[in-house]
Ligand binder design. Sequence first.
Ligand SMILES: C[S@@+](CC[C@H](N)C(=O)[O-])C[C@H]1O[C@@H](n2cnc3c(N)ncnc32)[C@H](O)[C@@H]1O
Length: 217
Amino acid sequence: MSNAWKNIKPDDYDAHMSHPNVAQIQMLSRIIKEQFELIPLERRSFSCAAILGITNGNGLEHVNPCGIGKVIGIDINSEFLNESRVRYPDVESKLELFQLDLMNDIFKTAEILSQCDLIIANLLIKHIHLNNFIKIISALPKHRQTVSCVIQVNPDGIAVSHSGFEHVFDEIAKLREEESEDLITQSMNENGFILTNRLLYDLPNGKLFIRLDYSAE
Ligand SMILES: C[S@@+](CC[C@H](N)C(=O)[O-])C[C@H]1O[C@@H](n2cnc3c(N)ncnc32)[C@H](O)[C@@H]1O
């Protein structure tokens, strides 16, 4: 069965995610800047950061101001990858994009990520499922990587906010897995990564993002 994310159009994604009731594009952009800043300033110019589920390239506007040397973007949707290229011409020479299925292309992904200092996985784990995310993490050569991920908490019990465009995500909802912060941290611990930082970000409608940063022990 084809993954429903392949059918999402870049503009429909933006229309939902940047709607004032949702405002997640804006928050994720701010968070990616903070995640880039996890790389020590003196190492940034020759560092490599990976963004898993890069979508339309949200956050790439911070690559040059933060002085990041190279960015790897991975997504299953080729239209998203094209959009990332077109929207951010200023980072073209630093950007390497790969169309991969993170639920299946585990070893190819781990090989690509092995050169990275920072691995960002924002709002991704629920879509590729924790077991696949951990398979990728456990296949990485153990060195100094930082892994930073964002998960969403919905105290109102509603996974997708109202924007008028939420129907676009109906098929995706069928594949989505409930995320557990404790289970993510426990699984990361079992693979040699310890939690170094935990931050909360308030969203409209009482929703929250939790950012979890892990470093190799
Ligand atoms: C909610 S978005 C992530 C947040 C987004 N980067 C932003 O800043 O708005 C989820 C992304 O994961 C990608 N994705 C979902 N399942 C995937 C898979 N199996 N392999 C690769 N990418 C996948 C989707 O295409 C989408 O771009």
